[in-house]
Design a protein around this ligand. Structure first.
Ligand code: PLP
Length: 366
């Protein structure tokens, strides 16, 4: 049997994206300009319930600038999950503030609001949940904790374009939120990030920080960076924005098929208040997860991913912020999770093969 490898993720970039890039190149204006402004407007209208958005050159830059704009800095603590990509805590540490790692709840893999409340100190400036795998964190409970303790709420929505909580879009809850536009995310601009902001002052400060602290040229008001998005990338992102809704529906349909046919594994749960956009379709495998990964690839040509094998608080780069910390649900998730392909390029024979592969390998007690 000579099967084509099913990749765990597959960016879809087509003729319209190429034409849009060509059109920008033909104008000769490639740096931040009208394409970026249009992309910001369209992204906010379509995905963040009309919130003002600021485009930057990566998701990580978006978190960094959002935190700086919100006034986070040395002496402050920001509560974050450890079960996430390191960019979440990196961006906090880069401001000079301290990332405080808190455990997840085991059902949806997102910050546990009870554990968050227990971790609040007089230095806590904000709580920054991650809508991991495309499932929203519990924004009702986290919002209540933030209000009770008078701390800010931010959102790492890097993986959750279009997800909702109680009918409101993720990215519309926090003082700011960040969406990543990296190629493997639910939509891409090549590289890029979008920051949604709760008020005009935050918009102004993120814009200043992305452009060397300048609103007027050479009248620098604050110390800033060059984290601008180019019009080339914005042109790609604008085309992707017209497609992401249909892609999300396909992700959901793929997830529903996997839910209905997988056996012997814990499939992803969806909270009553949530719509899930399945950036990843993440199952738990009780025994010998890494052997399952190997057999899926070698015997069935099915790619899969482990997000994330090492919790942030145990990474060499970040462990200094968490000496001796024990986060049992984070550890268990890191040992058990396995993300199967769910991306919109899968066809029915791919889905059938993924189901067969998992059911055979897990039943065999890999
Ligand atoms: C991808 C990602 C980021 C960083 O986004 P980049 O665009 O790669 O800089 C941050 N947080 C999470 C949870 C991510 O998945």
């Amino acid at each position: 049997m000579d099967l084509a490898f099913i990749p765990p993720a597959k960016p879809i970039i087509g003729d319209e994206e190429r034409a849009a890039v060509d059109a920008v190149l033909a104008t000769g204006q490639v740096a931040q300009g009208p394409q970026v402004a249009a992309f910001e407007q369209e992204f906010g209208d379509q995905l963040v319930d009309g919130r003002a958005c600021v485009a930057v050159n990566s998701g990580t830059s978006g978190l960094h600038l959002g935190l700086l704009a919100a006034g986070v800095g040395p002496g402050d603590e920001v509560i974050v999950p450890s079960f996430t990509f390191a960019a979440t805590a990196n961006s906090v540490a880069l401001t000079g503030a301290t990332p405080v790692f808190v455990d997840i709840e085991p059902t949806f893999f997102c910050l546990d609001p009870v554990a968050v409340e227990a971790a609040i100190t007089e230095r806590t400036k904000a709580i920054m949940p991650v809508h991991l795998f495309g499932h929203p964190a519990d924004m009702t409970a986290l919002g209540e904790v933030a209000a009770r303790h008078d701390v800010m709420l931010f959102e790492d929505a890097a993986q959750a374009h279009g997800a909702t909580w109680n009918g409101a879009s993720v990215g519309s809850f926090g003082s700011f939120a960040m969406f990543s536009l990296y190629p493997t995310k639910n939509m891409t601009s090549g590289e890029g990030g979008m920051v949604s902001c709760a008020d005009d002052e935050l918009v102004r400060r993120v814009k200043l920080l992305r452009n060397q602290g300048m609103e007027r040229q050479y009248a620098n008001e604050v110390i800033g960076l060059n984290n601008r998005m180019t019009d080339i990338h914005a042109a790609i992102g604008r085309v992707q924005l017209t497609k992401v809704g249909a892609w999300t529906e396909t992700r959901r349909a793929n997830a529903a098929f996997l839910d209905a046919h997988l056996e012997g594994v814990v499939t992803p749960a969806v909270a009553d208040a949530a719509t899930h956009v399945y950036h990843q379709y993440t199952i738990r495998v009780a025994e010998d997860r890494d052997e399952v990964v190997r057999r899926l690839r070698e015997e069935f040509q099915v790619g899969s991913g482990v997000y994330y094998p090492i919790p942030n608080h145990r990474l060499e780069s970040l462990t200094r912020f968490a000496p001796g910390l024990d986060l049992p649900e984070t550890e268990r998730a890191a040992a058990e999770v396995l993300s199967l392909p769910v991306h919109p390029s899968l066809d029915q024979s791919d889905l059938d093969r993924i189901v067969e592969a998992v059911n055979v390998v897990v039943k065999a007690g890999a």
